[in-house]
Design a protein. Structure first.
Length: 157
């Protein structure tokens, strides 16, 4: 593994009133390969992770209609697949270390706008059952998603 650092990142498991989780499909991944994930993004220098997750929701899915209801107790880390190191994440990182939050969506579906940012990351979104998340995640993120599902499963009820 190259001597590259991990990128600091936050992630959002956004629950609707029915206990489903928002997932979105990345624009840069061919549809045949899936590309579904929960919203996540980098933490700016000196930024509080709680503020970062709310900022990322506004940037990535175009809504601020959410409140934090839980936080995963530790940072979770994943490595990029070897063929993506030096390419993904600007080629600067070996993977990401993430702080994850569970949030309650306070809006309506029409409040979600994937085109709110001038450089949208996603081209589609949907609500998914929490049990679907691990199977939808790319292989290298499945361990992180499995930990999140165990931690936040009670919030889906």
């Amino acid at each position: 593994m190259p001597a590259l650092p991990y990128r600091r990142n936050v992630g959002a498991m956004l629950f609707n009133a029915q206990g489903q989780v928002l997932i979105a499909r990345r624009r840069d991944v061919p549809v045949a390969q899936g590309g579904w994930q929960m919203p996540q993004g980098g933490v700016d220098e000196g930024e509080d992770p709680r503020a970062a997750v709310l900022r990322e929701l506004a940037e990535e899915i175009g809504t601020g209609h959410a409140e934090i209801i839980a936080e995963y107790p530790h940072w979770l880390t994943y490595d990029l697949p070897p063929d993506r190191i030096g390419i993904a994440l600007g080629g600067k990182y070996r993977g990401q270390t993430q702080r994850w939050f569970a949030l309650r969506f306070l809006g309506v579906d029409a409040d979600i706008n994937l085109d709110a940012d001038p450089h949208p990351e996603f081209d589609a979104w949907r609500w998914a059952a929490i049990g679907e998340l691990v199977g939808l995640a790319p292989d290298f993120k499945q361990e992180v998603y499995a930990a999140l599902v165990l931690c936040f499963a009670a919030l889906a009820r």
